[in-house]
Ligand binder design. Structure first.
Ligand code: DGL
Length: 258
């Protein structure tokens, strides 16, 4: 059985790449809903419906033994309900692992999509493990469409604007609370004072997954280990084609209907 990794678009591909680097032995299938991205400005009902379709596809058509929702928006808005619907299967999100990494910080800033911010999932999960932390969120809606179209340079003025209110709060850590944002890590580092720690899911999720699989041998035993990876998308955009070829090789990409 494969490990399924889902995102609304290209963001989770970076997470998939770093997971595969840490755990190269497993077989992976990535699903990017590039036809319907962005999710971050949609209603709870729509995000749940789209995520449910992707999860169904990965379990039923791709025989996944484990699915990682590598999308904060879907983790915030749909994970809990899908974990109840699929109570005999394993679906993991990307928000709790990041909240756990925030325990040593006092003032935590978060950039995320509007749907993730309005769900309040990050502040809630951070308070579970770090109850005295002060948490500040700011939605950064323009960064996802820019990342989807590969417009990295044009993101800089938006990043500056989105960071302003968080920097005014004198944060000591910044969570990149959308899997598209690590694509801009270089740009963000240029603006952010050196003393502010960047908490980025591409650096956290692989080690958390490794640890999860060590603890859950009943899941690990079912996973096939041929070191293969394929990328499925609902629309073959230029940018995902470019990134899939660059990170996963020429033959990795296929178009599907979900
Ligand atoms: N990459 C996703 C996230 O982590 C979703 C972006 C979007 O579709 O708006 O939130």
């Amino acid at each position: 059985m494969k490990i399924g990794i889902f995102d609304s678009g290209v963001g989770g591909l970076l997470i998939a790449k770093s997971i595969r680097k840490t755990l190269p032995q497993y077989d992976y299938v990535y699903l990017g809903d590039t036809k319907r991205v962005p999710y971050g400005n949609r209603s709870h009902e729509t995000i749940l419906e789209f995520t449910r379709e992707a999860v169904k596809y990965l379990f039923e058509k791709e025989n996944c033994g484990l699915i990682i929702i590598a999308c904060n928006t879907a983790s915030a808005q749909a994970l809990h309900e899908l974990q109840i619907e699929y109570k005999n299967k394993k679906i993991l999100g990307v928000i709790i692992p990041v909240a756990e990494e925030s325990i040593n910080f006092k003032k935590i800033g978060i950039l995320a999509t509007s749907a993730t911010v309005s769900s309040n999932t990050f502040p809630r999960e951070i308070k579970e493990v770090n109850k005295n932390a002060k948490v500040f969120q700011n939605p950064a809606p323009m960064l996802v469409p820019l990342a989807e179209s590969g417009e990295n340079k044009n993101a800089l003025p938006f990043i500056k604007e989105y960071l302003k209110p968080l920097l005014a709060k004198k944060i000591d850590a910044l969570i990149l609370g959308c899997t598209h944002y690590p694509i801009y890590k270089k740009e963000i580092k240029k603006i952010l004072p050196k003393n502010i720690k960047i908490i980025s899911q591409d650096e956290i999720i692989p080690k958390k997954l490794k640890n999860y699989l060590q603890r859950h041998t009943e899941v690990e035993n079912k996973l096939s280990k041929n070191g293969k990876a394929k990328i499925l998308v609902t629309d073959k955009t230029k940018n995902i084609e470019f990134l899939a070829h660059k990170w996963f090789g020429k033959e990795s990409l296929s178009l599907i209907e979900i």
